[in-house]
Design a protein around this ligand. Sequence first.
Ligand SMILES: C[S@@+](CC[C@H](N)C(=O)[O-])C[C@H]1O[C@@H](n2cnc3c(N)ncnc32)[C@H](O)[C@@H]1O
Length: 447
Amino acid sequence: MTETPRQIAFFALRDVHRRGAYADVALDRWLRQSQLEGVDRRFVTELVYGSVRRMRSLDFRIDQLAKKPADQQPPDLRTILHLGLYQLHYLDQVRAAAAVDTTVELAKTNGFRGLAGFVNGLLRSSHRRSENRPFPDPAPASAIERLGIEYSYPDWIVEGWLTELGEAETEELCAFFNQTPTIDLRVNPLRTTRAEVEAQLQAWGVEVQPLPYSPQGLRLTGSIGAIEKLPGFREGHWVVQDSSAQLVAYLLNPQPDEMIIDACAAPGGKTTHIAELMGDRGVVVACDRTPSRLKKLIYNTERLGLESVQICIADSRDFLDFDGKADRVLLDAPCSGLGTLHRHADARWRQTPESVQELTVLQGELLNATARWVKPGGTLVYSTCTLHRAENESAIAAFLDAHPDWSILPPAADSAIAPFASAEGWIKLWPHRHHMDGFFMVQLAKK
Ligand SMILES: C[S@@+](CC[C@H](N)C(=O)[O-])C[C@H]1O[C@@H](n2cnc3c(N)ncnc32)[C@H](O)[C@@H]1O
């Protein structure tokens, strides 16, 4: 079979829809097997992530025009239609005729020769319809449904945002998460300076901007190619870490010679930041229950040349003999990731109200167990990359209710994180407002 970007995208999407593969894993597998390069690889990536993200909007278009709704079409045909409709309605660089013709070809070569006319007709009708009617048409009665169909989210996610943000801001947030994510770096101050890394990257032809809120941060813009090939990667001059994730270690505010425990540490973005801020003096215990992720943490620690990190493979809810030993604990909890939907195309379809509910139980157990590790007078920072109240504000309220000897400690007024603190003392970063991943973080102090 000819190896075209659209064919490779189809194979990857077939694994997502038929086998339940993660979109990034399926994409990576098919790209590694292919001979495609540069522009073609980027096109496959766009097709796969875009078609997964926009699934609800694309299905709505199929439902409008086909006799059978999208979820009753043969799964591979639905995937092919998604690919065609995505190019037609969301990719300016693909001409409509090319989107139609290549999709018809894809149908013919993948077992739907007899339905080539149907594919051709549906795509052409959808194109014509979009030229003279708004989308979605007819307009849904509620804001939840309108935003859910137009921007392609499940209702329950939109509903939560509408309650917190109102319609105008929810629309901005919906649009934000449909964009390609930016890449931020955190410079390792033990090896180099931000100005040096900035100069090196510019000399390499990469567009780069210092991040306003993180003194170690740089944002890459434009095309960058393979990240490992950029100057300074092998030398451990920087790691990839989003602007908002960089703020967590500033809130924790670790000091040299302290004993810090990172309870959910892998792959080590925040562990390594903590060690850097301590000047690599003291101990950072990096605990995680997933050995494969800890391997990445060990690799990152070695690459950055950090020696203060000690590994602990364990479930942090188990008795680990850390009680009362830590000056500070970081609990960067497993969460639904609803603040990073732009980075994980399929996360909006994988998470459900039930999965969030299950996570809140785990988060509560982790909070109770790791709080015991903190010395009297010490602190614990709880953070997540979700925007869901149940995993954030409500989790903290429940913890404080059950632990009257703990209270919220707002960030120091001169810290990098201070501008974001709410009246309650916690920090909730909204991507459409702050142009970084969605994050929640709060510092708790033990009296
Ligand atoms: C949000 S990620 C941590 C990201 C990490 N802090 C960083 O900045 O790179 C959550 C981690 O929690 C780990 N985890 C989940 N449940 C755990 C448990 N009960 N005990 C320890 N680690 C757990 C997962 O393996 C995962 O690596």
